[in-house]
Write a protein of this length. Sequence first.
Lengths: 267, 340, 297
Amino acid sequence: MKRRVFDVTSLPGFTTTAILTFVLLYAPILTLVFYSFNGSNSVNMWGGFSLKWYKIAWENEAVQSAAVRSFVIAAWASAISTVVATMAALGTTRRGQFKGQSFIYIMINQPLMVPEIVTAVSLLIFFASIKIATGYSGLAYLILAHAAFCVPFAYLPIRARLEGMDLAMETAAADLYATPWQTFRFITFPLLLPGIIAGAMLAFVISLDDVIITEFVKSAGQDTLPTYMLGQLRRALTPEVNAISTALLAVTIVMLTAFFIITRKRD
Amino acid sequence: MKTLLLAGTALIAATVAHAEGQLNLYNWGNYTSPEMIEAFTAETGITVTITDYDSNSTALAKVEAGGSGFDLVVPSANYVPIFVEKGLLQELDHSRLANIGNIAPQWVNVDWDQGRAYTIPWQWGTTGVAVNTSVYSGDVNTSDIFLRPPAELVGKVNVVPEMNDVIALTIFNVGGEACTEDLTVLREVRDLLMAAKESWISMDYGTTDKLSSNDLVATVNWNGSTMRARINNPDVVYGYPAEGYPLWMDSVGLLADAQNVDEAYLFLDFIMQPENAAMISNFARYANGIAGSEAFMDEVMQTAPEIVIPEEFAAAGHFLPTCPQSATDLYTAIWTELVK
Amino acid sequence: MSRAPRSRGANGWLLSAPALILLLIAANGPLLIIAVYSFLEPGDYSGVRWIFSGDAWFRILFHRDIFDGTVSLADANLSIFWRSIKLSLITTLITFAFGLPTAWFIATRPAKQRAIWLFLITIPFWTNLLIRTFAIMEVIRNQGLLNTALMNMGLITEPIQILYTDTAVLIGMTYVYLPLMVLPLFAAIDRFDFRLIEAGYDLYGSRLKVLRSVILPIIKPGIIAGCILVFTPSLGAYVTPRVLGGGKNMMIGNFIELQFGQGQNWPLGAALSLILLLSVLVALTIYAAVSRREKPS
């Protein structure tokens, strides 16, 4: 165990590349945050320090409702897709080949294959006819659409994690007369948890990020933050977008911190 | 986690359930004055939700698919007849619009909506070119800026991907007429555009900001957007192509399946009041079609070269009519070839 | 003898059922509409006319000149396809090159630190796509971070035009999809038994060899997951090439969107999407075959 810390884990150039990656990942974001305090009206011409864009965004009702909506949809979509994906991963991994397994695999990963614009238009047409028939035009369509395309994003990390897991423990448990459910609950699930969490996080982010599908599927007044910003992009860009982004980032960091504290407890 | 979900859903349900006094406006992005909306809500108690779109075709597709829940949409002039023909707009009951007489006379009987049967004017403007004079100081009042760019501008010109505007400008440039189906003219248009494309750097929107920051030094642009850029960056100048430039107008229409019709009428009536129309104009920097609103507009709007068309270029402006399907098919074919 | 689950096929299907149903309703099912649409005639401004037509498929490979009717190979289309594949492959490679060390780095930090690093990698991850694309734009544009820094250092006198080129799109996609490569890799490496490295070290002696012969094969599922997660969205990317490519450097996604917008040719858009779908299916089949072959018993 002692050797692990130094010798074994430092591969040539890996640490440098990793650090460089982190720097490169953050530089653009930090620039964006920096410009959110821009006093002038332009996104990239500095005009002195000012908090005015935060004030503007805060008082902007459209931004408020879009933000809440984004988070609610993402939470629902992530929850649904992770549950569904975990079950599917359990059903398709480590069982050896069974009939139709690759079909399931393809079906589940299909949202990854199809460009969003295609799914977006097909969903638009499909849901529109339902909307007219039932008269319901609530968030369910968006949540459904999001949950669907989040499934593969939840599925793949869980599956990767499952495949790397050793069957021995579960077999041992079964030999000790544990029921499949007990085996799952006390052995498989805790071991799988990091994968599940990774999957849920991926799903949440993907849902929050979505632009095109949301743009086409949404009904009146169902803007999410990305679609709101897309609208801003088309006509005029102001540091309000920077302010919203920074605020969102701050919220995200807070949430992530809480999340990580909770997760670490389980380890 | 669960409590969060429940709380959030309750919140959303609450927002949705707030049915009294709702209005859903489907409009171009960043085109509606927040000040005006606030004033409207203050006066009527109606909450307005604005949803954005970035092109007429997106709006048409969305509305045509149905079930979108919008009440009002703001198409450009040449799209209004399309909306009407497809039965997407309902005829306006003028008796419910006390201010209908406020529409400026020249905007009442327009080709594409005689007597304003379906729409109320929102804003109108021109499409020309915007040039940063510190890079190029020659004549900017020509569509050659993007069709045969001068040396200083080669590789630096942007063209906004608005098919109707760009095709129209090019047709005028080669001496043709709007809605022409003359194949010789159109062939010239196609060849000219394809050759010019080599000198363009991009075909993108968001020009106001990029002009302000010198990311773009020349572009096909609308007058209001250029004005906003010039306010940020005095080097920017708006050019009216002498060969011919399009005039456009966006108008508000009431959707056939609108849920909040009463609220919609209140809104339409509201924006026909000069003070409110002025608010719309002051925000996006375009002129509007309501008589008497000049009195309420910002000082700068009265004299800005982008708003007040200079005498010598007045005749070169042509309002774009809705072209017959055959013409539009040709233009679309040229356009798709161009943008690929 | 280990107890294999009875009727594993049935269990497999049962467990997968919820996922399949959800996807059928809100993802796969509606796709059939697209398949049907590709064989119809385009409507006037949007939609379709329910008349059979193979024109959309014809148009994918061939181009009929509007004015003189000559038929030729659709160069513009092919260059768009090629650009998409090329950029997506390069993006996958670059994200892997950066992603593997990063995932490895995080997975090999002492347990206390690891959480912080994971935290740090997920923040850009959680930043909205549009925001990240704008952020990159702010860095590479003419008056952006990169050019200003280079000019201040005296390395260049005029800004380098990066924005609105293929390179910009590449940089953008790499930036946006990098976390998607890191997380599955991390999940796989995290499960990796490091004692195998010690053993491998004794066997091979060189770090590179250990990497190649011991580590990579075992974390292959994570690599495959990461590559899929990067390549496929890259191929169908829309927002990033739209914003950073300036509308001139189209990828397939933009080309498809064009058909549903200004192109006014829904059947063509549908046909193009099917082509895209097919290409990715091929890639996935290859991946599946490879991973099945290499699966540890």
